[in-house]
Design a protein around this ligand. Structure first.
Ligand code: GLA
Length: 373
């Protein structure tokens, strides 16, 4: 990889969601953190009207015509970059022809938001090479639009916001209705965060994610006939108890998850502020159970992985993180036991599912970073 010939190195993070799952598009608070697993873009201007893409991990090269960015949705590689460039331009920003080398260290399909990292770093790189100062939150919003309008996943704002605006060592408490974000030191006492990929391929675009989102919208519409709420996250436990009979069974399950998960985020914030990591761990376990039983976004392999971790004495909490149906669990484990924990987990998981899981080591890191080369 010859990176010396480029002008800038621009990176954006994958993310882990600590708690608050399937809450962003319901207008509630979520608690993600940006990871040191990143997509890095090496970029230089090329004086043409083309964005030329290459990858450190692929033999492919793709040339995108700046005037025809609508036409690349079908690409297997390069569609996220095309969508990001197009939406950035449509938001009123200038694009200049450039060469981009993409180096993605966020594992694909891991539930750690490789797509957000690609979108956010691509936009930040395009803005940088065009000589523009930009606002990270705006980059996040445009990247989310690219995911929705170009890649077809009707996602919330959490992933792109964490990818752009994360801070080293900090978890984020992001209010997805107002985009106010507080940063809380991610001090885990004697515990460490372990990320384990169940290595069962998943894709949010397969429709299940969009289906969950429509279900919550449907539930909101029904409840609004009796309640003055603007989003499902506004629903209080008391209101839910009074009105849940209005909802058909499945929608009631979805809404119950949302109500309880919002309450867990609140308690998780208090737990983190008070250094009560055991409580945070219990909330993480409850979140997984709710995703399994009420929101139904886990699946056999993720359940085996999370539940095997939960049964390990040195692990105080484990759950599937991200959109679901596969991907990674986050586990909180006594730091001195991390090695034996991962040995145990990988063995049990393989015995029960036949898949080899993978553990990733990652720190909590800054979102967008820019380096002049
Ligand atoms: C995916 C989406 C996010 C969020 C999570 C679930 O990662 O991109 O917007 O909805 O799923 O919490």
């Amino acid at each position: 990889m010859n990176t010396q010939d480029y002008m800038y190195k621009v990176a954006a993070s994958g993310r882990v969601n600590i708690i608050g799952e399937h809450i962003d598009y319901c207008g509630g608070k979520v608690m993600p953190a940006a990871l040191s697993l990143k997509n890095t873009v090496y970029i230089r201007p090329n004086g043409t009207n083309k964005i030329n893409l290459s990858w450190t991990t692929l033999p492919d090269t793709v040339s995108l015509d700046i005037e025809n960015l609508e036409n690349y949705r079908h690409l297997k590689y390069g569609n996220y970059q095309a969508g990001s460039a197009l939406l950035w331009r449509q938001a009123g920003h200038k694009l200049v022809g450039c060469d981009m080398l993409q180096d993605c260290k966020v594992p694909f399909g891991s539930g750690l938001s490789s797509s957000a990292a690609i979108e956010v770093s691509t936009i930040a790189a395009l803005a940088t090479v065009a000589g523009e100062q930009f606002d990270n939150a705006e980059v996040a919003l445009v990247a989310q639009k690219a995911e929705r309008e170009y890649a077809g996943v009707n996602c919330g704002i959490m992933d792109q916001y964490a990818s752009a605006c994360g801070k080293k060592g900090m978890s984020m408490l992001l209010d997805c209705k107002t985009l106010e974000c507080e940063y809380l030191p991610m001090e885990l006492g004697g515990y460490s965060m372990v990320l384990t990929d169940c290595c069962k391929p998943h894709s949010l675009a397969d429709g299940k994610y969009n289906e969950r989102r429509s279900e919550t919208e449907e539930a909101l519409k029904i409840l609004q006939k009796s309640l003055n709420i603007t989003c499902l996250a506004d629903l209080t436990p008391v209101q839910f108890a009074q009105c849940s009979h209005m909802l058909p069974k499945v929608l009631k399950m979805r809404a119950e998850h949302v109500v309880n998960e919002c309450a867990r985020v609140k308690t998780a914030e208090q737990a983190l502020r008070a250094g009560n990591i055991e409580l945070l761990g219990r909330l993480i376990n409850q979140s997984h159970a709710s995703l399994k039983n009420l929101y139904q976004t886990t699946g056999f392999e993720p359940d085996v992985l999370a539940e095997a971790a939960q049964n390990y004495p040195a692990c105080i909490g484990s759950r599937l993180t991200g959109g679901g149906f596969g991907g990674c669990t986050i586990s909180l484990v006594k730091t001195e036991c991390v090695d034996e924990f991962t040995d145990y987990l990988l063995k049990v998981y393989e015995r029960r599912t036949g898949y080899h899981a993978k553990c990733y080591s990652a720190d909590i890191d800054d979102g967008i970073t820019i380096e002049k080369l």
